[in-house]
Each structure stands twice: as C-alpha cells, then as structure tokens.
Write a protein that binds this ligand. Structure first.
Ligand SMILES: CC(C)(COP(=O)(O)OP(=O)(O)OC[C@H]1O[C@@H](n2cnc3c(N)ncnc32)[C@H](O)[C@@H]1OP(=O)(O)O)[C@@H](O)C(=O)NCCC(=O)NCCS
Length: 424
C-alpha cells in the first residue's frame, strides 16, 4: 500500500522568547493539527493514528503526541511520540508512511512541535537528592534538617546547552570544527545566510511560504495575530553579517548568530493516507514518499554530515540518482554545515573514503536548493522543522512541475535523514 501526503501546514516560526513565549509545545502542536484537519476537510474520526514528536520533552507531559491528540482528535485515536533530534518530524512522517505501507493504518497525522522559549531547567544533583529525601522525611523537623544541608552553590541551576552528551561539544562548536576542517570561510557562510534571508523574504512576500502557514491568534487574549515567520531579516546585508562576532570560538571562529539557525518556537503537521483511500475520498495527492533513509556517524567526527551518508541510500532505494532530483530542501542548522554537506556530496574522495562508492553523489545546482530559504532565516523549532521542509518541497515541486524532490536533515548524535518525494 503506497503512502501519499494529502495536506500539511505549520504555525509561523517565531524566535524563542518572542510572540509564542507563553505557549507550550503542546499548544503549538494543537494549533498545527487543528488547522490541518480544518484545511483538509478530513474528519477526526477518519484518523487511525497520530505520530508526533518533540526534542526537548516537557517532563510533565512526556507523550506530547497523546496530549496534542486529546485536544484535537477523537480520544480513541492512538498517539505515539517520536524523537530523532532535528529530524523528529521527518521521522514522524516516515513512521506514518510505514504504518500505512504495512497496512496498519489508512489515515495518519504526523508532525512535531517545539518550544525553545520553554525548556526545563535542571537543578543540581545535590539539590535534587535533598528534595527527594525531604519529601520522604517523617516529621517537619526532619524535613527542615534535610533542607538545611543545601548550600548556596547547590541552588545554581544547570545551564541548558545544545551539546553532545558523548563528547560535550556544542552544535555550534561542531559547526566551527567542520568549517575549519573543510576550509569553509566566514564570507562563504555569511553569503549563504544572506541568501537564506533574501529567498525567505521573497517566498513570504509572494505568498508561497505564508500559504503553508496557519494564522495564530495568540492566547489567552487572542488579540495578537501572527501570520508569518519573524526570524527573517529583510534588513540584513553582507556588511551587517560581516560585523557580527563569532559565538562559539570567539577568537578564531567564523560561526555567528547571523550564519546559525536561531532558537525558535513552532509546530508542523502533515496528513498521510494510503493512495487508495486518498483517491476514494477524492483528496488531492500532493506527493508520494518514494523512499527515505537514516544514517549516522561518530559524533566526534564531523557531527552534521549525516545527510551526506543518508542521501545516497535514499536515492538508491528510490532507484534514482542525484541527476533525477529537480528540487532539494536541506535543513540549515548552520551555513557551515550546509556548505560542508554540499562539499562532501560533491567529492569523489569522500565518496570513496566515506561512502564506499566509486564516484561522488553530487547535488542539484544550488539554484534548486532551498529556493525559499531555510532554517537560518525561517528558524528551527527542532521537532517541527521536518514538517516544514516536507511541505515546502512538495508545494514547490507542484509549482515548478518537478517530479522528484530530495530533502535532507542533519541531527544531533551524528544522525542524518534523507527522503525522496515524488509527484504522481
Ligand atoms: C547562535 C546563537 C547562540 C545566537 O543567539 P543570540 O545571541 O540570542 O542571537 P540574537 O538573535 O540575539 O543575535 C545576536 C545579535 O546578532 C544580530 N543578528 C543576528 N542575525 C543577524 C543578521 N542576519 N543580520 C544582522 N544582525 C544579525 C542580532 O540583531 C543581535 O544583535 P544585538 O545583540 O545588537 O541585538 C543561537 O541562535 C544559537 O544557539 N543557535 C544555534 C542553535 C543550534 O545549535 N541549533 C541546533 C542546530 S540543529
């Protein structure tokens, strides 16, 4: 049974701490799923499963999928939460396709949400242990004695970091290392970032991006209306970007706030169906999932090169080569990562040494990559980005009458995701 995508939508993506700062990932996820059901016209009763993800989990609601489903779909719809770092929504979509292809479901909602305005702050181990012991104390006196053992330094929260647990390296430091090892300079990175903003601004102004976005009336007062992504800097320039200080290696670095994706809040949702069901229900088939692949490399290696490993496998599984790909969407964690991925894809040496292939995988002309910008300008709510990329690719494939599109996403842990989408 072939899985097809019939609809998809996302909230606007907003820089963390701005318009969505009082909303949780669950709130954002609900908005995306509700709008998806409204736009598609498919009744909630028709949905067999919900697969939804997030990366930074809320300890009070670890199964975000169930919470989102309870608020948006009939309570009888089973829900499962998935997490594959920045490729989380891609994994949700792949899982949904798998459910359909093995015949376990005909109609599945997939997607993801992230609120980086709300991240759980952890306390020190000593404070945590003391609080647990105090809760078990038999008398008020014992409880006070236990709590009195806490020292001021125990009260300091653990600083949240986007770092690899195995190496301790932050994503930004990994991007710096990739830039250095691959000889990618500051000017090249800034040029990619500028391109991302310019193309995102064009896609917003001409309505292609806003067509994929659900208007949000921000609760609780519902007075503020958000209709577009707020990270796109229409006023940025090569000079302004060149003036920003490196963040992760302040002395010799090249990665800045300008050529990195910003911390972002947002959600996305995609409706998948078996092809037969979509046809019998008369729904528009936007595209079919022709293949996908995941790959991984050692996080101590070039952390964000996973897409280079995953893309050729997805292409092989689809029975095509890069030359058949008419449009490509790449997640932009950092300009240094995008340019490193493109460099490796275009290298015969990397193909031989890393991929066990005789010749390079290649990539489409850059004019056919991220034609409406990417995560640097649009933002990157970790759990939601995969839904954005999937829908942007499919919608633009229709506009340009492209048959095959490729998307890639790099992710923490050295993971890479690639998917080939086909218009039928
Ligand atoms: C890089 C990072 C640390 C920057 O955070 P930040 O300092 O809060 O970023 P800001 O948006 O405040 O930008 C810092 C400054 O650069 C300026 N700036 C950022 N982008 C700019 C651009 N394109 N043009 C001009 N100025 C820009 C901002 O205006 C701001 O200036 P100000 O200090 O005068 O207000 C943060 O975005 C980050 O951690 N990103 C990476 C996230 C990550 O690792 N994701 C995982 C990848 S998958």
């Amino acid at each position: 049974m072939r899985a097809v995508i019939v609809a998809g939508v996302r909230t606007p993506f907003a820089r963390a701490g701005t318009v969505f700062k009082d909303l949780s990932a669950i709130d954002l996820g609900e908005m995306a799923v509700r709008e998806l059901m409204d736009r598609s016209g498919v009744p909630g009763e028709a949905v067999d499963q919900l697969v939804f993800g997030t990366v930074v989990h809320d300890p009070h609601a670890p199964n975000i999928a169930r919470e989102v489903g309870l608020a948006t779909l009939p309570k009888s719809v089973p829900a499962t939460t998935v997490s594959r770092a920045c490729a989380t929504a891609n994994q949700a979509i792949a899982d949904a396709a798998n459910l359909i292809e093995v015949g376990h479901a005909e109609v599945v909602v997939a997607g993801g949400a992230e609120s980086l305005s709300h991240i759980p702050i952890l306390v020190s181990d000593r404070l945590s242990e003391t609080l647990v012991q105090a809760a078990k104390a038999k008398s008020v006196g014992d409880r006070v004695k236990t709590i009195a053992r806490v020292r001021p330094k125990d009260l300091l929260p653990k600083q949240p970091q986007i770092a690899e647990p195995t190496t301790g390296e932050t994503m930004g430091e990994s991007a710096e290392r990739m830039a250095k090892e691959n000889g990618i300079g500051r000017a090249e990175q800034d040029a990619w970032a500028l391109r991302s903003h310019r193309k995102a601004a064009e896609g917003t102004e001409d309505g292609r991006l806003t067509a994929e976005i659900a208007r949000v009336y921000v609760p609780p007062r519902f007075e503020q209306v958000v209709e577009r992504d707020n990270g796109i800097r229409t006023d940025t320039s090569a000079e302004k970007l060149a003036g920003l200080k490196p963040v992760f290696d302040r002395r010799y670095g090249t990665v800045t706030a300008g050529n990195a994706s910003p911390l972002t809040d947002g959600a996305s949702a995609v409706l998948l169906m078996s092809e037969d069901r979509a046809r019998s229900d008369g729904l528009p088939i936007l595209g079919r999932i022709r293949s996908y692949a995941v790959a991984a490399l050692d996080p101590g290696d070039q952390l964000l090169q996973g897409p280079v490993l995953a893309a050729p496998v997805a292409l092989d599984r689809a029975g095509v080569t890069m030359a058949d790909i008419g449009l490509m969407e790449m997640h932009e964690a950092f300009a240094a990562q995008v340019l490193s991925n493109l460099q490796w894809l275009d290298s015969d040496r990397i193909a031989r040494e890393r991929l066990g292939r005789s010749a390079k995988v290649g990539h489409p002309d850059v004019e056919r990559i991220n034609v409406m910008g990417g995560s640097i300008a649009l933002g990157h709510p970790f759990g939601a980005t995969g839904g954005r990329i999937t829908m942007t690719l499919l919608n633009e494939m229709a506009r340009r009458d492209v048959e095959l599109g490729l998307l890639t996403v790099c992710a923490a842990g050295g993971l890479g995701f690639a998917m080939v989408l086909e218009r039928i």
